[in-house]
Structures are given as structure tokens and as C-alpha cells.
Design a protein around this ligand. Structure first.
Ligand code: HSE
Length: 433
């Protein structure tokens, strides 16, 4: 098996190292030796440390490498939409098998890759694109294909999980926790993709597509990041026996007419400390899957980093290589269900709302009236004195489940009430609190 490697950064270098260190075992598992045919990079002269590979294998001509007849498998660890999409479509149409870690591309235009794979007859595997080392896509794509998945709830971004875990542990604010994450190398110099939820949204689209046999793209995912989460939010969560996590949620629902649909979203949410996802700390990832027959399943591990991501890449390389030797390909993309994607406003969620209000007769009634007008039912209401000593009070309200649009409209109307001094925190609540 001859392999073209596109990209030789943190993950690519680990792929090279592991291919070298485990070459005998990998050959035995595949039934043929694995050899690197070439490594496409942007700059050949870059310092890549002591890589156990012939320097003559490096090239800047990725397309030329992909087109070579002696290349069977193309491994892409470059990331981004272009030129990766053109390279992979070219490789797949030419009948090569492709292993990629490129979540952004899969979420943006996975259909083009799947179609090209069918056209060329090769395999398209992408285990490393979601939750790094955690075997997750193969279970969704194969092991659970006899079942009906109802919901996938995950922590799929390590950077934000590190930040939120630090805020919970120390009481730090977002900026301070981000600074720590950057100093320790968890957050990138430009943390936008992580802290604004773009990375998690791409992963949510991939998970939803596999779980619900439906093409879901990044544009279908409602996305909110963690930059607005405050130390006060975290303290309030703690006071309720909860913590705050950036969750990706892909849920199936059926309306009164029996029409099934899916809703896919990424946002910070309160979850009870007793929920299995609450104990996922530091930069770890975990994904909680609920299925009709299997019940609840949890997948946990390292979601990023060179070696963990390379582990997932190499698992895919072994699988696609075996298929090629056997002259077969794995099942094509399964998108037969083509379920409609329900907008966020129609998703059923619960809110936790903190208000500073005037402390006088009739205030609670007026506040409760706003919820009632929007047909939102209250689960708990807690009142305490406000900190400022100005005669105001703090109201902390948790709702029952309601359409997200009704909850958002409730908050908007509350903001306009004269008796509401400020809405200090609005967070969704998940996980059976
Ligand atoms: N930046 C991602 C994270 C890892 O923080 O989890 C790559 O998807």
C-alpha cells in the first residue's frame, strides 16, 4: 500500500513517526507493507525535527503526488476548505481511498466528497475529524446501524472544555481562563474557531449526519460560543449543583403530525454535576449517545493533539488499506432519511434566567405573567437579596421545556419591564436537571 500524505504539521509528523515505529505490526494487520509515496507540504525547508523519513519524499506539488499511479491511499491533515476539497475530490474520482481529519471541509461540503468516492469506487474515512482519538464515527457508522439514535450530546472541543473547567474550578472569568489555556498551549493564538463554537459546530454537523442518515451541514447548525459566559454564570450554576459546558446537541424529534425532524446546535448549557458529561474535565472530549435499543452510551478520551489524532488517522489507514487489498469498499454515505432540519426557534429547550428586580409587592406576579403570556411554564423560582444593598432582589428562574423562540421572546419582554433592573444571565439547561 502506497500512501500520499498531505500536510506534515503536528498530526502529519505523528502519522509519519507511528508509521515508522509500527511498520511491522501495521503490515501484518493489513496484509501488505505500508509505504509513504510522498509528503506534500507548503515549505520543504521547514524544521520538522528528527522525522524518520527520506527527505526526498517531500514535495510542494500536492496535486502531482495525488495523481501518481503508485498512490493507493491519500491522507489529508492540512485542514481548511481549499485547496483540500479540490485535492480530495481529485483523489477520490481517480479511485484512491481517502483518510481525512478535515472537519471544516466535511461539514461544509461532505456531499461532494461522498459523491466523488462513489464515482471513483474508493473509501472515504474521517474518524479523526471528530473527537480526535475517540472511536466514535465508526460506532455511529457501523455498530449502531441496527438501532435508532435519538440524541447525540457531546463535548467535542477541548479548548473550550479546558476554559470552562478552569472557570468552574477556580472561579476565574472567561478572559483569565483563556489566558491560562493559551499559556499552556491548549488555545491557539487566534482562538476564534474554538471559543466562538465554529469547530464544535462542524463536528456537530458530522455527528448529526451519521446519527440521523441525513446530510447536515455547518450552515444547519445553530451556534453560540462561550465568550459571554461569566464567572457569575458559573457561580450560579454551582449554586444549583450544576456546571457549564459547551455542548453539541443533535436531537431527533417528532411533531404532532408525526413528522420527524432533527435539530442540531452548539451552545453553552448548564448540566447537573450528576450528569456523566459534567465530570469531563480539562481538554478531554466525551460524547453521550442515546439510542432506542442500546440505551445510553458514552465515549470519552482525548479530542486533540498530534498522537491522539494520528491514532485515529492510522486506524482509518489500516481499514481502507485492507478494503483495497480485498477489492472492496465500505458502505457509501447513508443519507436516505433526509430529515428536515428544524430551526433553533422550534427546538425544545429550557432556560435558567437570573434577574435583578425591584423588591416590592406584585413584582413576582408581573414576572410570572410574562412567562405565562409566552406559554412558558416555570420549574423553580428562587429569590434572594441583591448584593448592592439598594432594596433590589435577585430572582433565579428555571423553566420547563418550551420552544426556544418562546423562551427568547420571554427574556426580551422581561428586559423591557420597569421592575426588571437587569437580566444578568440567560443560559440553557440540559441533561435532566
Ligand atoms: N481545536 C480543537 C479543540 C481540536 O480544541 O478541541 C481540533 O478539532
Amino acid at each position: 500500500m502506497r500512501l500520499a500524505l498531505l500536510g506534515c504539521g503536528t498530526v502529519g509528523a505523528e502519522v509519519v513517526r507511528l508509521l515508522h515505529e509500527q511498520s511491522a505490526d501495521l503490515a501484518a494487520r493489513i496484509g501488505a507493507p505500508l509505504e509513504i509515496a510522498g509528503i506534500a507540504v507548503r515549505r520543504i525547508g521547514r524544521d520538522r525535527g528528527e522525522l524518520p523519513v527520506d527527505p526526498a519524499l517531500f514535495t510542494t506539488d500536492a496535486l502531482g503526488l495525488i495523481k501518481r499511479d503508485d498512490v493507493d491511499v491519500v491522507v489529508e491533515v492540512v485542514g481548511g476548505i481549499e485547496p483540500a476539497r479540490s485535492w480530495l475530490v481529485e483523489a477520490l474520482r481517480a479511485g484512491k481511498s481517502v483518510v481525512t481529519a478535515n472537519k471544516a471541509l466535511l461539514a461544509e461540503d461532505g456531499g461532494a466528497l461522498h459523491d466523488a468516492a462513489v464515482e471513483g469506487g474508493g473509501d472515504l474515512y474521517y474518524e479523526a475529524s471528530v473527537a480526535g482519538a475517540i472511536p466514535l464515527l465508526r460506532p455511529l457508522r457501523e455498530s449502531l446501524h441496527g438501532d435508532r439514535i435519538t440524541q447525540v450530546t457531546g463535548i467535542v472541543n477541548g479548548t473550550t472544555n479546558f476554559i470552562l473547567s478552569a472557570m468552574h474550578a477556580t472561579g476565574a472569568g472567561f478572559a483569565e481562563a483563556l489566558e491560562e489555556a493559551t499559556a499552556l498551549g491548549y488555545a491557539e493564538a487566534d482562538p476564534t474557531a474554538d471559543v466562538e463554537g465554529f469547530d464544535a459546530a462542524a463536528k456537530a454537523a458530522i455527528l448529526a449526519s451519521l446519527a440521523f442518515h441525513t446530510r447536515v451541514g455547518a450552515a444547519d447548525v445553530h451556534r453560540e460560543g462561550i465568550t459571554e459566559v461569566t464567572a457569575a454564570d458559573v457561580a450560579s450554576a454551582k449554586a444549583m449543583g450544576c456546571t457549564i459546558k459547551l455542548l453539541c446537541i443533535a436531537a431527533r424529534s417528532t411533531d404532532a403530525q408525526g413528522q420527524e425532524s432533527v435539530n442540531v446546535r452548539v451552545h453553552p448549557a448548564l448540566i447537573p454535576l450528576t450528569h456523566p458529561l459534567a465530570s469531563v474535565g480539562d481538554a478531554f472530549n466525551a460524547v453521550f449517545v442515546e439510542a432506542d435499543a442500546a440505551g445510553q452510551l458514552m465515549f470519552y478520551g482525548r479530542g486533540a493533539g498530534g498522537a491522539p489524532t494520528a491514532s485515529a488517522v492510522l486506524g482509518d489507514v489500516v481499514a481502507v488499506s485492507r478494503n483495497r487489498l480485498a477489492g472492496v469498499r465500505s458502505a457509501s454515505e447513508s443519507s436516505y432519511a433526509a430529515l428536515p432540519v428544524r430551526p433553533m426557534g422550534e427546538a425544545l429547550t429550557r432556560y435558567h434566567i437570573s434577574l435583578d428586580v425591584a423588591d416590592r409587592p406584585g413584582v413576582l406576579e408581573a414576572v410570572a405573567g410574562v412567562f405565562a403570556r409566552h406559554e412558558v411554564s416555570l420549574a423553580t423560582v428562587r429569590q434572594g437579596p441583591a448584593g448592592g444593598g439598594n432594596g433590589d432582589a435577585v430572582l433565579v428562574i428555571v423553566t420547563h421545556v418550551a420552544p426556544d423562540a418562546a423562551l427568547a421572546a420571554t427574556v426580551d419582554e422581561l428586559r423591557g419591564l420597569e421592575i426588571v433592573r437587569s437580566v444578568t444571565s440567560v443560559l440553557r439547561v440540559e441533561g435532566g436537571f
